[in-house]
Ligand binder design. Structure first.
Ligand code: ADP
Length: 381
C-alpha cells in the first residue's frame, strides 16, 4: 500500500460521520432458498474510501455486493446509501455504478452507446450525454474507440468500457465485482494499474471491490474485509491487516504466511509489545494480537520472505529438511519440513542463495529479528 493511499484513508474516515457513510450495511443476511450466502454482515464504506471484500470462492462476497446494488432482496438487515435506507429500492433508483467480471456490455451497441445507456435512461440531455461519454471514455483511456462494437475490442478494452459506463452517471458509489478475473495475467496487471490511477481521479467516490485475489486487495483497498463461509472474519486498514493479522485464516489468506506452532510462556494481552514463546527448541519474542494465557498453544505468523536459511544445527535456528525448490526469477522459494513438527511445510523466499541446497538436505531456518505476530491456534483457521 502506498503512502498517499494511507493519507486518503485517514481523511476519508475523518470527514465521514458514521451515519453519513456512503455505504452502510447493517446486520445483513441473504439466503438463496435454504443456503445462507451472507450472515449478519455489518460494514460501512466512507466517502472516498475503497473497501475490498476478500475471501475464497463461495464466501458471500458477490452476494453482499449484489444486495448493495439492489439485485437481490435480503432476508434481514438494512442497506443505506449516504444515510438513506435503500434496502428495498430497485437498482435503478440507487444511482450506483456497477462493474462485473464479464463486462456485460450490450453486444449490438457501439461503445459510445453502451456508455451512454445509463444517462439516456436518466433522460440526461443529448449534449450532456455527449460530454459525459467523452469524459468517461477519456478516464479509462478509450477515447478513440467510441464507434467500435464490443466484439471489436479485447477483454481488457471491454472491461475499460464497462468501467466507463459505470462512471458516466457520476455515481457516488462504485461496486466492482472481480473486474479483473476474466483477463489474462498481463492485462490484469495493466488494468490494476489503471484502476489505481482512476482511484486518484475519483476522490469522493466510495468503492466496494469484491475479489479473491489478495494482490488486488492490497493494491487498491484502504480497508479489507476478509470473508469466509458467509461471514465477515476480520476488517481493518489494509496495511495493519497484513502486518498484524488477527486470525489464522487472515494470516494465511492475506499474504500466504507460514504458521508455526508455538507455546506461550507468560500471560499477555494485545497491549503487550512482546511475549516469550517456545517454537521448536527455541525461545523467541512474539507480538501478541490478543490475550494469551501462559501455556496456551498459539501460532507464530512468519511471512516467507522474512525467514532465512543457514547451516543446520546453529543454536538460534529451527532444524528443517528441504523438500522442494522453486526458482521464481526474482527469488527462490524453498519448501521445508520442520523437524519435530509433523509434516507441516513452511515456505522460505530467498533472493541471495550462494548454492541451491539439494532436496532432502538438512538446513537451519532462522526467524526474523523482529518479533513475529502471534495468533490464536484454530480460531478462524
Ligand atoms: P463469492 O462471491 O464469495 O464467491 P457468492 O456470494 O457468489 O460467493 O456465494 C455465496 C454462497 O451462495 C455460495 O455458497 C454460493 O454457492 C451460493 N449462491 C450464490 N448464488 C446463488 C444462487 N443464485 N442460488 C443459490 N445459491 C447461490
Amino acid at each position: 500500500m502506498t503512502a498517499p493511499a494511507i493519507e486518503r484513508t485517514a481523511s476519508a474516515v475523518a470527514s465521514a460521520a458514521p451515519t453519513e457513510s456512503a455505504i452502510g450495511i447493517q446486520d445483513l443476511t441473504v439466503r438463496y432458498g435454504s443456503v445462507t450466502a451472507l450472515e449478519g454482515l455489518t460494514l460501512e464504506v466512507a466517502r472516498g474510501e475503497t473497501v475490498a471484500l476478500l475471501g475464497p470462492s463461495g464466501s458471500g462476497k458477490s452476494t453482499a455486493l449484489k444486495a448493495v446494488a439492489g439485485f437481490l432482496r435480503p432476508a434481514s438487515g438494512r442497506i443505506t446509501l449516504a444515510g438513506r435506507d435503500v434496502t428495498y429500492e430497485p437498482p435503478n433508483k440507487r444511482g450506483i455504478g456497477v462493474v462485473v467480471q464479464n463486462y456485460a456490455l450490450f453486444p449490438h451497441m457501439r461503445v459510445a452507446d453502451n456508455v451512454a445507456f445509463g444517462l439516456r435512461a436518466r433522460r440526461v440531455s443529448r449534449a450532456e450525454v455527449g460530454r459525459r461519454v467523452t469524459e468517461a471514455l477519456d478516464m479509462v483511456g478509450m477515447a478513440g474507440y467510441a464507434r467500435r462494437y464490443p466484439r471489436e475490442l479485447s477483454g481488457g478494452q471491454q472491461q475499460r468500457v464497462a468501467i466507463a459506463r459505470a462512471l458516466a452517471i457520476r455515481p457516488p458509489v462504485l461496486l466492482l465485482d472481480e473486474p479483473l478475473s476474466a483477463l489474462d495475467a498481463t492485462l490484469r496487471a495493466d488494468l490494476l494499474g489503471e484502476l489505481q490511477r482512476l482511484r486518484g481521479e475519483l476522490p469522493d467516490v466510495a468503492i466496494m471491490y469484491v475479489t479473491h485475489d489478495q494482490t488486488e486487495a492490497l493494491a487498491l483497498a484502504d480497508r479489507i474485509a476478509v470473508m469466509r463461509d458467509a461471514r465477515l472474519v476480520d476488517l481493518d486498514a489494509t496495511d495493519r491487516l497484513y502486518r498484524r493479522p488477527p486470525s489464522e485464516f487472515t494470516a494465511s489468506f492475506l499474504g500466504a504466511a507460514n504458521l508455526l506452532d508455538a507455546r506461550v510462556l507468560a500471560d499477555c494481552t494485545a497491549a503487550d509489545d512482546a511475549v516469550r514463546v517456545a517454537v521448536g527448541g527455541l525461545t523467541v519474542a512474539a507480538d501478541p494480537t490478543g490475550a494469551f494465557a501462559e501455556g496456551a498453544r498459539a501460532l507464530l505468523v512468519a511471512r516467507p520472505h522474512t525467514l532465512a536459511v543457514t547451516e543446520v544445527d546453529r543454536a538460534d535456528t529451527l532444524p528443517a529438511r528441504l523438500v522442494a525448490t522453486q526458482w521464481r526469477g526474482a527469488d527462490y522459494r524453498l519448501t521445508c519440513v520442520l523437524e519435530g513438527d509433523g509434516e507441516r511445510e513452511i515456505r522460505i523466499d530467498v533472493t541471495d542463495l550462494a548454492a541451491v541446497p539439494a532436496l532432502g538436505e538438512r538446513l537451519g531456518v532462522a526467524l526474523p529479528a523482529e518479533p513475529c505476530v502471534l495468533v490464536p491456534a484454530g480460531a478462524g483457521g
